[in-house]
Write a protein that binds this ligand. Structure first.
Ligand SMILES: [Fe+2]
Length: 257
């Protein structure tokens, strides 16, 4: 039987009600989604089903790094955080500036950290070989950027507003526009991944991935704010989004990535 949006809406409402009841009954607030979140069908496939394999790093300390991600072998260049200047022409879409700070639980800046982003183009299509969405590719947009935080923990990207895109969780499933973020700690194995959303997106209530964060305050922390001071005159609109790495105001981060 094909799952409809109404089916998913009912499941999301039931999950929220169950969470509210747990909190009302005295359970602690959950800042992270549960690993198995039924409305997001493939969530059950997104975490280990077996115990983790221990690696004996006393024999070879570098073993632990063998499966680490590598986004490129070049040093970061000045245009790596400007996704509108990575090709010979300009990408189609509404230019935006996204900036914020990487902070620890006490509000201290996390300096010199690699911040990576990836996103769909303005038509909602990723430049990825497994992408199946029937929307146009933009020859002037790859949708990948990276930068280092400065001495205040600040990052900044110039890009285009990503479009929403369909996925196959259920019939008529659409993801709200978002940008994927990755940050690193002191090692590749501490990599943390999350998603940033844009304010007032009408797709929020229908998206089981965003709604898998059942705590209202934690979910709000995934949504950037429009910041007029970040808008660049005659050029781009500005959005502000801070990432807090831990503590009660932590940004939800995907596990096991
Ligand atoms: Fe995405």
């Amino acid at each position: 039987m094909t799952l409809t949006q109404r089916d998913i809406d009912q499941e999301i409402a039931a999950e929220h009600a169950a969470y509210d009841k747990r909190v009302a009954d005295g359970a602690p607030r959950e800042h992270h989604p549960r690993r198995d979140y039924a409305p997001y069908r493939s969530s059950t496939l997104r975490h280990p089903g077996q115990p983790l394999v221990a690696i004996d790093v006393s024999k070879d300390p570098e073993l632990v790094e063998l499966s680490s991600p590598a986004f490129g072998e070049r040093d970061i260049t000045e245009i790596d955080n400007d996704l509108t200047r990575q090709h010979t022409g300009e990408p189609i879409g509404e230019r935006i500036t996204v900036s914020g700070r990487l902070l620890d639980r006490d509000g201290r800046p996390v300096r010199g950290q690699l911040v990576e982003i990836w996103q769909a183009n303005s038509a909602g299509r990723y430049a990825h070989r497994r992408e199946q969405h029937d929307a146009p590719l933009d020859p002037n947009f790859t949708g990948v950027g990276r930068t280092l935080t400065d001495t205040e923990g600040r990052y900044s990207f110039t890009t285009v507003q990503p479009g929403p895109y369909p996925w196959r969780n259920h019939l008529n499933a659409w993801r709200p526009a978002h940008i994927h973020f990755s940050v690193f700690g002191a090692a590749f194995t501490q990599r943390l991944v999350t998603q940033m959303y844009f304010p007032n997106d009408p797709l929020f209530p229908y998206d089981p991935i965003l709604q898998s964060v059942t705590d209202d305050a934690a979910r709000q922390r995934l949504i950037a704010t429009y910041d007029h001071d970040l808008s660049v005159p005659e050029f781009s609109l500005g959005y502000h989004w801070d990432i807090v790495l831990d503590g009660p105001h932590a940004t939800w981060l995907e596990e096991g990535r």
